[in-house]
Design a protein around this ligand. Structure first.
Ligand code: ASP
Length: 437
């Protein structure tokens, strides 16, 4: 009997994504009552939500052990502190460069299109009235949990275990700091003592990757469920009201993705952009479906090493730190959103204010947690400086998921792009392992 050819996993995930988008949107449009339809809500609550969450949670489950083992191994393999410093500095340089360009694209676009201008005051009142205040408040204070035993300067933890427990709710930086110091120290102690620790962490790292493989086998269905739910409850009326803004964000993201990244890949990483994008397909789809850089990290680590051929020590270090600290898509989005909300509330910004927004957006991109909606606490705290009510973020929350999916994709592609650039700068970009070449 002839065996049916197996469809490659990344293609199955992609099919799940397309089906979810098409069926979800069609359900919302075709069913009576739209997204409020009883049957649709039942399907979402009892099927799609749990299925999607199981997929995402399976990945989240291993983020802490994976992050720790990957970062410690990466740093200790790079070797001495000076070399770690050099790789880190190069990655940071690339982050600032890419984020700067991203925010520049966003600000140019938002000043050109001015999507928040000329809103009829009555319509503005109506839209403001529709804000879910409780939800907006919750988003704006997502980082409040860091108030117990706060890390010094927000980064040096007293109790790394405490930081590990809040790593997925915005407190990942202090935990990474601990791993970084641990890795540097591991490289500095006697070989004989370091070896068993390293062997243990290598085992932990391999186990976490295995668990990710299990989760990814489930990805086509998980991605379908996540995307179906989003497409079927996306506030289509809000999309219409904020059409210009949504379109602007998506176009600006696309420019960064398809112009900036390919140029950087070609001229700094010395790689063929088309081939690169093909190699990282499964990362792109995972980032898009989960809206989380952290949830995508395990897949990114695997693909960077096995498909793109980035040396493991560099990949582990740059990608792990980058999942939190390099968020070009988010920086671009934050720049546009802050100015859009100022325009919407009729607040005029001077050139100097715009410059401040640019700087804040770059820094906010670095400080944003790599979780769904991670950008909002940052945006909330910045807009109030300019006199926009904090709860105004509720205006955009109804459509945020689709924007979040898109900007997260750029965040993760940016991380791998930077890892490829750093590998090239270190003269190690062609270390493709034999079995993967
Ligand atoms: N969801 C984004 C990420 O994980 C963060 C954000 O922009 O909200 O990269």
């Amino acid at each position: 009997m002839e065996r049916r050819p197996r469809i490659a996993l990344h293609n199955r995930i992609f099919i799940g994504l397309l089906l979810g988008a098409v069926l979800g949107a069609s359900a919302q449009i075709a069913l009576p009552g739209g997204r409020q339809n009883e049957g649709l809500r039942w399907v979402n609550d009892t099927l799609m939500q749990p299925i999607g969450q199981i997929f995402v949670t399976l990945i989240f489950m291993v983020v802490v052990p994976l992050l720790f083992s990957a970062l410690v191994l990466g740093v200790s393999e790079i070797g001495d502190a000076a070399k770690v410093g050099r790789v880190g500095l190069r990655a940071l340089m690339m982050t600032v460069l890419l984020s700067g360009i991203a925010v520049g694209i966003g600000l140019a676009g938002v000043n050109l299109v001015r999507p928040g201008d000329g809103v009829d005051p009555a319509r503005r009142q109506e839209l403001l009235g529709s804000i879910d205040q409780a939800e907006a408040q919750k988003k704006a204070s997502a980082e409040a949990s860091a108030e117990v035993d706060p890390p010094v300067l927000g980064i040096v933890p007293r109790n790394p275990l405490l930081e590990a427990t809040r790593a997925l709710t915005g407190g990942i930086m202090p935990f990474m700091f601990f791993a970084l110091v641990f890795g540097i120290a591991l490289a500095a102690i006697e070989q004989e003592k370091a070896m068993p620790v390293r062997a243990l962490l290598e085992g932990v790292f391999a186990v976490t990757l295995k668990i990710i493989e299990y989760a990814m086998a489930f990805a086509p269905i998980g991605v379908f469920a996540l995307v179906f739910r989003t497409a079927s409850i996306l506030g289509l009326d809000a999309v219409a009201a904020f059409g210009k803004y949504v379109a602007l964000v998506l176009v600006a993201l696309a420019v960064h993705m398809f112009v900036t990244y390919p140029l950087v890949l070609r001229f700094i990483a010395k790689r063929d952009p088309v081939q690169f994008f093909r190699q990282i397909r499964s990362v792109i789809v995972t980032a898009f479906a989960t809206s989380s850089s952290n949830a995508t990290l395990p897949v990114a680590l695997k693909v960077a090493e096995e498909e793109v051929g980035i040396p493991r020590d560099i990949g582990n270090f740059v990608l792990t730190v980058g999942a939190t600290a390099n968020q070009n898509g988010t920086a671009l989005f934050e720049g546009i959103t802050i100015i859009f909300l100022c325009q919407f509330f009729g607040i005029a910004l001077s050139l100097q204010d715009q410059f401040t927004v640019m700087m804040l957006a770059i820094v906010a991109g670095i400080g944003t947690a790599g979780v769904p909606g991670g950008a909002w606490p940052m945006i909330g705290s910045i807009i109030v400086r300019f006199g926009v009510p904090g709860s105004a973020i509720g205006l955009v929350l109804g459509i945020d998921r689709i924007l979040d999916m898109s900007r997260t994709t750029l965040n993760v592609v940016g991380d791998i792009t930077i890892a490829a650039c750093v590998a090239e700068m270190e003269g190690r970009s062609r270390e493709v392992p034999e079995e993967f070449a």
